[in-house]
Design a protein around this ligand. Structure first.
Ligand code: UD1
Ligand code: MN
Length: 464
């Protein structure tokens, strides 16, 4: 006990030392402005310390549980199953739901699924589906199961938040075709008054944090595809991720593969360019693949809300890109959800879902590797003919090939994007689908690059 108090005093002194060091040595004080700055810094520091304490508490809890488990006397005949995190979880879930034993998923979630690859060397990729209280999750699950080329290669894990009974029943009806897990923490979240109306975003972030830990840490998968319960998928959804998997593994400047094109409306895409893929600096989400190492990097600082905008910040993105298709491999049907239906009515519902199967695994996709791509991309963009919006619209351009509409300010980007029907917003300074500042789309039978000056040297995070 004495040792603990001494440790406590020492830690407090240390924390205080750090605080005073940063606050007083780093910058001179005296003026009113500095005082405000100080207050902001202290508040920020305080919330960071609180956040860290919460994470440590979680960790301690986890360690405690592990120790308890290890201490339990396990009869030899069940020892192996209990070491298997998936089986282990199934047991726990079963206990909570008090399901009869025979209903528990078995075969497809045996230890085999924990391997990184199938016997033929092809990767095992977990499909993590997020659900809450919409029974229409059925629409998404039916498609995933119907199109899944191999049960062992793509184990489906449906993670459910919200404890909605009807939705749980729907998910359970798939029996051992998938694994149903439930987010156990349904406690009220402490939300600042001004953000009360965004409660849903806090719940989603909490759920994501928990479920991704289950998949990568508890179950030990190497790779996962994240799907939300309101997504339709294209016939080559699985083939797309399998085909791009080697890129994600070998190109460290990639951190995800996404099935989504933010500007993928009919009229802005080449409906014949089924096999065309791009790199993008804008994290698209909405059906995306990541590797465990990324999760392990993000997990310790996972945010309490708005996870997708958070992940787009430079501190997280670290200049990494995602692969995205010309024609989306997902489409959302979630008109009623956490965000308002207006965005759905105005934009999301027009996204065109690819209908033709492309054999990506049999194709050479090395053109998407950064070293190959950037040179070719920059050449194409900056050698293309400059046109104005009205020339493009009139369709009177005579030269063949791609064209370019330059932009130099945030405002001209936004107004041109608006006229063309593109998304005109920025996240951390990055326009949707942007790569090196360039937004590429298809308009009037022509590839168009809405592009900053050739001397572009990075995103301006004040553009919003
Ligand atoms: C939007 C994004 C979504 C992102 C979310 C978080 C679009 C079209 N969608 O959600 O990709 O993850 O913001 O910033 O841009 N859910 C829970 N718990 C809840 C409520 C919802 O787990 O309490 C799950 C839903 O089942 C769903 C996902 O979270 O899988 C997103 O919820 P949804 O209601 O579809 O919100 P969006 O506005 O689409
Ligand atoms: Mn949604």
């Amino acid at each position: 006990m004495r040792n603990r108090s001494i440790a406590f005093v020492l830690i407090s002194l240390f924390v205080w030392g750090v605080i005073t060091y940063f606050l007083f040595l780093d910058r001179p004080i005296g003026k009113e402005q500095d005082k405000n700055l100080l207050t902001i810094q202290i508040t920020k520091l305080e919330s960071e310390v609180k956040h860290q304490i919460a994470i440590n508490r979680e960790l301690l809890k986890h360690i405690g549980e592990q120790l308890k488990k290890a201490a339990e006397k396990v009869p030899p005949e069940v020892k192996d199953t209990r070491k298997d995190p998936i089986q282990n979880y199934v047991h726990k879930a079963g206990e909570r739901n008090q399901e009869p034993k025979e209903d528990k998923p078995k075969t497809s979630f045996s230890k085999e699924t924990q391997k990184k690859t199938l016997p033929n060397g092809s990767p095992i990729i977990a499909v993590l589906v997020f659900s809450c209280n919409r029974i229409t999750v059925q629409r998404c699950l039916d498609q995933l199961i119907k199109l899944r080329p191999n049960v062992d290669q793509f184990p489906i894990i449906v993670s459910q938040d919200c404890e909605h009974q009807q939705t749980a029943d729907v998910i359970r009806s798939y029996k051992n075709q998938l694994l149903h897990i439930q987010q156990p923490d349904q406690s009220e979240i402490d939300i600042p008054p001004r953000e009360k109306k965004f409660r849903g975003y806090f719940k989603i972030a909490r759920h994501y944090g928990w479920a991704l830990n289950q998949v990568f840490v508890e179950f030990g998968y190497e790779t996962a595809i994240i799907v939300e319960d309101d997504l339709d998928i294209a016939p080559d959804f699985f083939e797309y991720f399998l085909g791009t998997y080697p890129l994600l593994v070998s190109d460290k400047s990639l951190w995800c593969v996404s099935a989504w094109n933010d500007n993928g409306k009919s009229g802005l895409v080449d409906e014949h360019a089924h096999n065309l893929l791009y790199r993008t600096d804008f994290f698209p989400g909405l059906g995306w693949m990541l590797k465990r190492d990324l999760w392990l990097e993000l997990a310790p600082k996972w945010p309490r809300a708005y996870w997708d905008d958070w992940i787009r910040q430079p501190e997280q993105r670290k200049n990494r890109a995602c692969i995205r298709p010309e024609l989306s491999r997902t489409r959302t049907f979630g008109k009623i959800g956490v965000s308002n239906g207006l965005f759905f009515e105005k934009h999301l519902k027009f996204i065109k879902l690819n209908e033709q199967f492309v054999p990506f695994t049999a194709m050479n996709l090395t053109y998407l590797l950064k070293d190959n791509y950037d040179i070719a991309f920059v050449n194409e963009v900056y050698q293309s003919k400059v046109v104005s919006y009205s020339e493009l619209k009139s369709g009177n351009i005579v030269v063949p090939g791609p064209v370019r509409i330059p932009y130099y300010t945030r405002q001209t980007y936004k107004s041109t994007a608006k006229m063309l029907g593109l998304m005109d917003d920025f996240r951390s300074g990055v326009p949707r689908t942007g790569y090196r500042g360039v937004v590429t789309f298809f308009y009037n039978k022509r590839r168009v690059h809405l592009a900053p000056g050739a001397n572009w040297n990075g995103y301006d995070i004040t553009w919003s």
